[in-house]
Design a protein around this ligand. Structure first.
Ligand code: ATP
Ligand code: MG
Length: 250
């Protein structure tokens, strides 16, 4: 459903993402982890076709981001680290605008916006100006703009960052709902980055961990935490092992 094939990104001398490959199957919810600066955002931007890779490619659905960029973009909803919200627009006006950007046919826009509002619990604030909403509600608008064109794949970059515990629980619940099939709509395939490990345990089936641009773990959560291992320790070990290896190489 979504595949990274040898994705690399070079910024000058820095290899921010180094030959990262993985496959996410339809309906899977994958937690994309790694320390600050590991390359999560860079990978997600390449996966969604917003940043050209230096090497490698990505496939969304059946569409390669280079060969069929429009189809690939249409198949993915992306919540960037800083959601692209226009504070002076009202919620439904903004979602209509995003739907048009994604080429949702004119006669389907109203239904598409209503569906996104409803799924994200925004129906009551649809006429409110985005800049006047609380952070939690603005984040819901961020999720709504990612789903308005009904993409089968969602890529969410730290969807709960900066939210209070109640809002975190609500956004997490929303993601879990989006990941579940509903009314004959297929489940969304979700890749989400986070630093909150309990979040991964609450909603993800699989963990992909990157460190210094390289993939170091790609396993089902159940396997990682078998024998009562804590995800925190898995994370610490995976990021330390790599640092040790680099020291040994130097
Ligand atoms: N436009 C850019 N120009 C130069 N270097 C960049 C650019 N964007 C990212 N980097 C560098 O690439 C590396 C990976 O950054 P990235 O934002 O992908 O990490 P991240 O895993 O998302 O980190 P965080 O957890 O802090 O969000 C970092 O060293 C960062 O400084
Ligand atoms: Mg990031």
């Amino acid at each position: 459903m979504i595949e990274a094939r040898g994705l690399s990104k070079r910024y000058g001398d820095l290899l921010a993402v180094d030959d990262v490959s993985f496959v996410v199957q339809e309906g899977e919810v994958v937690g994309f982890l790694g320390p600050n600066g590991a390359g999560k955002t860079t990978t997600m931007r390449m996966l969604t076709g917003y940043l050209p890779p230096s090497d490698g490619t990505a496939v969304i659905g059946d569409a390669d981001i280079f060969e069929q960029p429009i189809a690939a973009r249409r198949a993915v909803g992306y919540l960037p680290e800083t959601p692209p919200l226009y504070p002076e627009m009202d919620v439904q006006g903004f979602l209509r605008f995003v739907a048009r950007l994604h080429d949702v046919p004119r006669r389907e826009i109203r239904d598409a916006v209503d569906r996104a509002l409803e799924r994200c619990g925004l129906a009551d604030v649809r006429r409110r100006v985005i800049g006047a909403l609380s952070k939690g509600y603005r984040q819901r608008v961020g999720v709504a703009q990612a789903i308005v064109h009904a993409p089968p794949v969602l890529v969410l970059d730290e969807p709960t960052v900066g939210l209070d515990p109640i809002q975190i629980r609500e956004i997490r619940g929303l993601i879990a709902e989006l990941a579940a099939p509903r009314d004959g709509e297929p489940a969304h395939t979700v890749v989400l980055s986070t630093h909150i490990l309990p979040e991964v345990e609450a909603i993800c089936q699989r963990v992909i961990l990157i460190n210094r641009g390289r993939k170091v773990v790609d396993r089902p959560l159940a396997e990682l935490t078998a024998d009562g291992a804590r995800l925190e320790d898995v994370f610490a070990r995976a990021t330390a092992r790599d640092a040790d290896a680099e020291e040994a190489e130097a």
